[in-house]
Design a protein around this ligand. Sequence first.
Ligand code: ADP
Length: 266
Amino acid sequence: DESHWLHYSITRYGPGDRLMVVRDVTRLQHLEQMRRDFVANVSHELRTPLTVLVGYLETLLDADDGSQPRRQRALQQMQQQAERMQELLRDLLLLSRLESGNETQQQEVFDVSSGLQGLAQDARALSAERGHQIDLKISGNTLLHGSQAELQSAFSNLLFNAVKYTQNGGRIEMRWWQDEQGGHFEVSDNGPGIEERHLPRLTERFYRVDPSRNSATGGTGLGLAIVKHVLLRHDGNLEIHSTLGKGSRFSCHFPAQRLAQAPGTY
Ligand code: ADP
């Protein structure tokens, strides 16, 4: 079928010498689908053995009386690494589900207000020892049409990134507000900031500003890719502002038609 063929580019290799690169779009789409299925299948297959491994490690650690410190350290290391793999698989599965895009978008309403209050509580508990100040400001209509689970995981990724990358004692603010354009969610921090040249690539899978620093902080490198896909599925968009040494601001914008009216306010 001719319509499936696309002239991609014409490159000059030498004087008068032309190479025409032709790409079959359906074949590319097919390959992309195969890649996604592959990632999803591999993630599923790895999940069971890993769950078993983590189970045995827990049993061993429970039985360990600490009399052999080297053995205990080794077990703890194994547990930590196994948990990192579980986290990575969870994010890979979530991302491949989001990308496949064929999940029916339920007619759910997400209560942003209670979602964000829960997140703020979790973050405060988690970073209690790090002395972060975590503020939450909410105004306007806070009901959003969309998947609760997806939106909550996007908001949570942005908040926990701020917690993860902001130095102890730093300030983190979450904000939700509404105007004629729609609903807006923002996480800002006074953390290390991000150099401008990294910003366009930040939502790519596994893209990290400083891979060595991140092996210490943890994380899968998939967080912002997940945020991007969740927003795409909710007609939203993501804006990132950041100044090196000053801090970062991640803003999500949802169009007005995504806002739901609270029952009884009509
Ligand atoms: P990760 O699991 O590495 O956090 P993400 O996709 O969530 O992966 O983020 C990609 C990269 O963006 C991070 O590795 C980090 O370098 C940078 N980043 C994200 N959020 C912040 C933030 N609030 N402050 C500074 N850097 C950030």
